[in-house]
Design a protein around this ligand. Structure first.
Ligand SMILES: NC(=O)C1=CN([C@@H]2O[C@H](COP(=O)(O)OP(=O)(O)OC[C@H]3O[C@@H](n4cnc5c(N)ncnc54)[C@H](O)[C@@H]3O)[C@@H](O)[C@H]2O)C=CC1
Ligand SMILES: O=C(O)[C@H]1O[C@H](OP(=O)(O)OP(=O)(O)OC[C@H]2O[C@@H](n3ccc(=O)[nH]c3=O)[C@H](O)[C@@H]2O)[C@H](O)[C@@H](O)[C@@H]1O
Length: 462
């Protein structure tokens, strides 16, 4: 019989383990906690937390294959899989106070696991933790390992309070991250088999450890931003006579936005949602563009002065010639600021438009034509050409700024042969097959993907 032990009998540990127990009669589940009153309550008729449906689930399996205990060490020692679902509050003092997560409880749980274990263990991060916590936990466990093999998995929880049991019975997805080694994959599979007792296979996502840890934080950030956006609209509604419920309904009908989580409120609460300013979205967008330019410059020995940089794509998205607020403007201006020679190709944007865009002040495009400069002085460091091969000839680097389909089909071997070496590709839209380009010899940067060894060694990005 597989034995599961969960450290932490709180809002997550209690309901999650009760659902595992009820759905997996062949698994023994023990929930342990250092708080005796909490454990006593879990063993009583008055459970320590209120959740619709929780009483029934606990009553169905408590004393059969679900147990609550304060004998933490005994049950950790006996378990095959240990979930750690202790609290991870915000630090209130010291370095990072008010911002960083306080991992004191996590660390003491990990040290206790290392102390009492006598057999191999799968240790599952259930708590919400900063990215890379698994690495720290791994270090604590393996430095004290006594020959025991530990596999760390990240299995963040997405339940919301008030709907915990429904969310656990029918999760949108279960996410399991693990090491990309044979032992890591085996551990991921073992945990997947637990959830597969009631969750459809296609809803169980497996990833690497860091993607799983980050996805949890990202999901909460997206949800919090959504509420903040609606709440910002509520102030606009009050000022204009619009009705926020009507606005939410109307925008929620857009299938890309969807109808959920669009209720204006006095502000969101709960322990997890904190970063809530609408401004953040704009700041992040500007940051994303300057980060791209910094990548280009820092990768190319910290200067692009006098170097030819090919820009493929100028429109704000594919299949249009529209350039209003295209990120290409800011990226090109950044490269020109560092004195690059920029050679631009876009299948639908004219040379006149590109020169106009690069000469114009930000937001001027949104004023009537007669207020805009009639004959913009062309920017000398810029040439606009008729195809991608011409743009990249003799270049040190290629920057892909629009996701035109034709950029996927280019003959990159031919492009490589005609470029300066080392030849760089900075893919701002994730359109190229980075592995194939690396085989040809390119140094490739793809937005949000693991970095080339070359790029990793270059100076940090501002
Ligand atoms: N509350 C929620 O809706 C959700 C919470 N989370 C995350 O899950 C984690 C747990 O959250 P909650 O269950 O709400 O916290 P909680 O505070 O209700 O429960 C944590 C429990 O861990 C126990 N504990 C702490 N250190 C221990 C140790 N060394 N040994 C044994 N027990 C120990 C505490 O006594 C407490 O009962 C947090 O990281 C939280 O961010 C994730 C998704 C949803
Ligand atoms: O990581 C966590 O702890 C959890 O945080 C939230 O769950 P929770 O905080 O329990 O509850 P929510 O339903 O998300 O509500 C959070 C706050 O936002 C408010 N809210 C929510 C939705 C909405 O449309 N408007 C709004 O103001 C709620 O009233 C509440 O104050 C997430 O929804 C869960 O997916 C996540 O697992």
């Amino acid at each position: 019989m597989v034995k599961i032990c969960c450290i932490g009998a709180g809002y997550v540990g209690g309901p999650t383990m009760a659902v595992i127990a009820v759905k997996c009669p062949a698994i023994e589940v023990v929930v342990v906690d250092i708080s005796k009153p909490r454990i006593d309550a879990w063993n009583s008729d008055t459970l320590p937390i209120y959740e619709p449906g929780l009483d029934e689930v606990v009553k169905a399996c408590r004393g059969k294959n679900l147990f609550f205990s304060t004998d933490v060490e005994k049950h950790v020692a006996e378990a095959d899989i240990i979930f750690v679902s202790v609290n991870t509050p915000t630090k209130t003092r010291g370095l990072g106070a008010g911002k960083a997560a306080d991992l004191t409880y996590w660390e003491s749980a990990a040290r206790m696991i290392a102390d009492v274990s006598k057999s191999d263990k799968i240790v599952v991060e259930k708590s919400t933790v900063p990215v890379k916590t698994a690495e720290a936990i791994e270090k604590i466990l393996t430095h004290n390992s006594k020959g025991i093999n530990y596999q760390i998995l990240s299995n963040p929880e997405f339940l919301a309070e008030g709907t915990a049991i429904d969310d656990l019975f029918k999760p949108d997805r279960v996410l399991i991250g693990g090491r990309e080694t044979p032992e890591g994959r085996k551990a991921v599979q073992a945990l997947k088999e637990v959830y597969a007792n009631w969750v459809p296979e296609e809803n169980i996502i497996t990833t690497n450890l860091w993607s799983a840890e980050l996805s949890k934080l990202a999901a909460n950030a997206f949800l919090a931003q959504r509420i903040s956006s609606v709440n910002a609209m509520s102030a606009l509604c009050e000022a204009t006579g619009a009705n926020v419920s009507e606005v939410s309904y109307a925008i929620g009908k857009d299938s890309r936005i969807g109808p959920k989580f669009l209720n204006a409120s006095v502000g969101f609460g709960g322990s997890c949602f904190q970063k809530d300013i609408l401004n953040l979205v704009i700041k992040i967008n500007d940051y994303q563009k300057s980060r791209f330019v910094n990548r280009v410059v820092s990768s190319m020995f910290n200067t692009v002065s006098g170097k030819k940089v090919a820009v493929l794509g100028f429109a704000f998205k594919k299949d249009t010639g529209d350039t209003r607020e295209t990120p290409a403007i800011d990226v090109c201006k950044g490269l020109l600021g560092d004195k690059a020679q920029v050679s631009i190709y876009d299948p639908q944007v004219t040379e006149d438009q590109i020169q106009r865009d690069l000469a114009m002040n930000k937001f001027d495009w949104d004023h009537p034509m007669h207020l805009q400069p009639t004959s913009p002085s062309s920017v000398k460091q810029v040439s606009v050409v008729w195809d991608a091969y011409e743009a990249t000839k003799g270049a040190h680097a290629v920057c892909i700024l629009t996701e035109w389909n034709e950029f996927k089909e280019l003959d990159y071997q031919k492009i490589f042969n005609n470029m300066q070496k080392p030849a760089f590709v900075f893919d701002g839209r994730n359109v190229v097959n980075a592995d194939k380009l690396r085989e040809i010899g390119f140094i490739v940067y793809s937005i949000g993907k693991p970095l080339d060894a070359w790029l990793k060694d270059m100076p940090a990005i501002a």
